[in-house]
Design a protein around this ligand. Structure first.
Ligand code: HEM
Length: 532
């Protein structure tokens, strides 16, 4: 055991020495060449680079300040030899992440993510034929063309949300998350998650939280120095490894559970619409054609037969939906409630619109959407006001590039700062205020600003955009149709203030807060009670 410890120690020191040499070499190379400088950023030191200067809280806001200080659309830093560039303006994002998307669409390799058994997740997959095939299958099963087929699930989601909120309004934050979890599990496998103690919801929430924590810049030293992953989990600072292995076990359990139920329901003839049932039943032929393309391109799949890929992909594909969709959709619903509670006049305007167009006898439907622009403006503003993925997912360059005289070398991690783009005061006056009207034209119709940055950029743009947007719209419209949302009162009848504070990580949502959610009146209560 002590010899092993000594070996590991030597390995650790060798890694540090190697890293130091690498950093020194990088610095020396920069001094002695005439290549353009990287985008500006904090000072860099041997080995660690600018790691000590990395903002530990609200980095998306800190990076905007860096942009102001350095007077540049782009800022950058180097941590342990890995350069990251932050794109802080819509103009630069348009050029780099959209127009030059062909060389900005790779993803970094996160050692901790691989150790966690999350290499199957589309969002973390390198830009490769493997990614392209899965993305095409995703589009076929959940893209814009097929999105309307999932309406029954979306309406059921909204009805569930209303019933849960009516029965237990104090626990609204849990129910907002559950609404999103229910939606994604239902889309994935037709799985009807229970409102309490659902095993799949519980396991998936834990696994997702573990996985996403490990992707933030500076989250784990293993991401910066992958060689350290050879050290044992009990070695000081290697706790990440243990958590990664727990995450892997949990993820495997989730991956293999619900697909069996879908196969059974297809055999019984009871399967409803879901991505899994589409893949197994309706999508069979197309799916096989996609897999044939995948096999013809090679090495990723070497050693496995097409049938095995197919089974593995059918099992894994629906699972993309939960990590990508539950946290984002749930977080947005939290921000909608947050914005509405702080702005009762916005609720009144929306309710007036819904009553006029839909009446009081039914819930709004997606066919009503064009006639309810104010509700649409509330959704856009909620997503702009507090972006749920403030820094998006990191892209990685596959070639050297130059922008504004700065070099962005091949292998750079590039973050589109979605928060900065949606809080640009030149585009959005008073950007920290919640003002749905900013998305309306003088005649009351929606303008053409759909705040697209919230769904990311270029070839990696969110493929769940259509289903997310329509599901959120139906949830917001239904919520406003039947409930009033107000500040909660304490025991003495005083209003409990709600802070405008958010959680931090890869995704963001409001800090826990209290509010009162009550049926608007007896007509609304009767409608709620009529929901089957
Ligand atoms: C409010 C809801 C949502 C928001 C704000 C959102 C936002 C994003 C963002 C910013 C990205 C990264 C894009 C980039 O790299 O530039 C992304 C990726 C992704 N999203 Fe969404 N998303 C939402 C809902 C969903 C839903 C419901 C699904 C699935 C049904 C989904 C599936 C995905 C997937 C699979 C990726 C990875 C794509 C890739 O790397 O190729 N998202 N999303």
């Amino acid at each position: 055991m002590s010899a092993q410890l000594e070996n590991n120690h030597i390995l650790f020191l060798a890694t540090l020495a190697f890293g130091g040499l690498l950093a020194a070499f990088t610095v020396a190379k920069r001094w002695h060449t005439t290549s353009p400088p990287p985008p500006p950023g904090p000072p860099s030191y041997p080995l660690i680079g600018s790691w000590l200067s990395l903002p530990r809280c609200a980095p998306w806001i800190a990076y905007v300040k860096w942009s102001r200080d350095y007077d540049s659309d782009l800022v950058s830093f180097n941590a342990f030899g890995q350069r990251s560039v932050i794109v802080n303006t819509a103009k630069a994002a348009q050029v780099l992440l959209e127009q030059r998307s062909a060389i900005y669409s790779d993803r970094p390799t996160w050692t901790v993510i691989d150790l966690s058994g999350w290499d199957w997740f589309l969002g973390f997959m390198p830009y490769s034929e493997r990614w392209r095939v899965r993305r095409r299958i995703f589009r076929k099963t959940l893209g814009e063309q097929v999105c309307p087929e999932y309406r029954p699930i979306q309406y059921k989601m909204a009805e569930n949300m209303i019933k849960w909120l009516y029965s237990d309004p104090k626990d609204f934050q849990r129910y907002m998350s559950l609404t999103a979890a229910w939606l994604t599990l239902s889309l994935a496998w037709g799985y009807d998650a229970k409102p309490h103690d659902d095993p799949i919801v519980e396991k998936t929430e834990v696994a997702v939280a573990m996985a996403v924590q490990n992707t933030m810049p500076g989250a784990s030293v293993l991401n910066e120095i992958p060689l350290l992953s050879r050290l044992p989990h009990w070695f000081p600072g290697m706790g990440y490894k243990l958590r990664a292995s727990e995450c892997k076990t949990l993820t495997n359990e989730i991956l293999h559970g619900p697909i069996k139920a879908v196969k059974q329901s297809l055999a019984d003839g009871t399967a409803g619409i879901s991505i899994a049932s589409k893949l197994l039943r309706e999508g069979g032929l197309d799916f096989q054609a996609e897999m044939a393309i995948a096999e013809s391109v090679g090495s990723v799949f070497s050693g496995e037969s097409g049938y095995e890929h197919q089974i593995r992909d059918v099992a894994n594909l629906p699972l993309f939906v939960y990590p990508a969709g539950a946290e984002t959709t749930g977080g947005t619903l939290h921000f909608v409630v947050h914005g509405l509670v702080l702005n009762p006049h916005v609720q009144r305007c929306a309710q007036e619109e819904i009553d006029r167009v839909v009446g009081r006898g039914r819930l709004p439907r997606l066919d009503d959407r064009p006639a309810l622009p104010y509700v649409g403006a509330i959704l856009r503003e909620s997503m702009r006001w507090h972006t749920v993925v403030p820094l998006g997912l990191p892209h990685k360059t596959t070639e050297d590039d130059i922008y504004d005289g700065y070099l962005i070398p091949k292998g750079t991690m590039v973050f589109g700062n979605i928060w900065a783009i949606t809080h640009d005061p030149e585009k959005y006056e008073d950007p920290t205020s919640f003002k749905p009207e900013r998305f309306l034209q003088n005649d009351g119709t929606l303008n053409d600003d759909e705040a697209p940055a919230v769904f990311g950029f270029g070839r990696r743009v969110c493929p769940g955009k259509c289903i997310a947007d329509s599901s959120l719209w139906i949830a917001v419209a239904s919520l406003l149709a039947v409930f009033d949302l107000n500040l909660a009162k304490d025991g003495d009848g005083n209003m409990i203030p709600v802070k405008d504070a958010v959680t931090e990580g890869l995704t963001s949502r409001p800090q826990p807060f209290e509010c009162s959610i009550v049926p608007r009146d007896s007509t609304a209560e009767a409608l709620i009670k009529s929901l089957a």
